[in-house]
Design a protein around this ligand. Structure first.
Ligand code: SAM
Length: 198
């Protein structure tokens, strides 16, 4: 979605976001746990939205330095109310250039809104320290009995500017030494953890 459309879309959605997304965006808490936040870590959330992940990380480790990047000022406003101690950047996650690197990066349900998701992953890699960890959670491709719901669901996703990118894990395998993918809820969502950028 273009920057101005995104801001318009989330002007309304930021108000109802936290309540309505509880069921639609699963695996975020699992992704945060997998990241294993530590007090000395700097952790960047690419497409942090209203700060769901940042809040979860803060609750696990309040000394962690937190950074949130998002293009929507409405979403960032919500996030900064939840976790005022975090640093926020209103910027495109494909082109943001933060002057320091992080031990860990997380991103949930943001890459599926970006056509050039490869560029975002390369930018995440650029912001990771050696031996750093990246965890991504996003929509996957329905399988098993859920398959019959995929056509109407993909139309709903499209209306929200969302396209699942199931090629993310293979792309990560080119750029990280250790990559582990887990698929949840009959292919509704997946989490991929990538360690040690090459
Ligand atoms: C579905 S929300 C997910 C938010 C949050 N990560 C979560 O799991 O609740 C997607 C977020 O990505 C942001 N976003 C989408 N495309 C972006 C881009 N190119 N640059 C920065 N943020 C973007 C949107 O503004 C929105 O806040």
């Amino acid at each position: 979605m273009k920057s101005e459309n995104l801001d318009r879309f989330y002007k309304f959605h930021s108000v109802i976001y936290d309540i309505t997304r509880v069921f639609f965006l699963p695996c975020r808490a699992k992704a945060v746990k997998l990241l294993k936040p530590m007090p000395n870590d700097t952790i960047i959330d690419f497409g942090c939205g209203t700060g769901y992940n940042l809040k979860k990380i803060y609750n696990l480790s309040s000394e962690t330095s937190l950074v949130g990047v998002d293009l929507s000022s409405h979403m960032l406003k919500k996030a900064s109310k939840k976790i005022p101690s975090a640093k926020y950047y209103k910027h495109d996650i494909g082109t943001i250039n933060i002057k320091y690197k992080a031990e860990k990066i997380i991103s949930s349900y943001a890459l599926s809104m970006v056509p050039d998701w490869q560029k975002v992953i390369l930018n995440m890699k650029k912001h990771l320290k050696k031996n750093g960890t990246l965890v991504i959670a996003d929509f996957y491709k329905f399988s098993g009995f859920l398959k019959i719901f995929y056509p109407p669901f993909s139309l709903w996703l499209k209306a929200h500017g969302v396209t699942p990118h199931i090629e993310i894990t293979d792309f990560l395998k080119i750029h990280f030494k250790n990559v582990e993918e887990s698929i949840f809820y009959s292919g509704y969502a997946f989490i991929v953890k990538a360690k040690d950028p090459v």
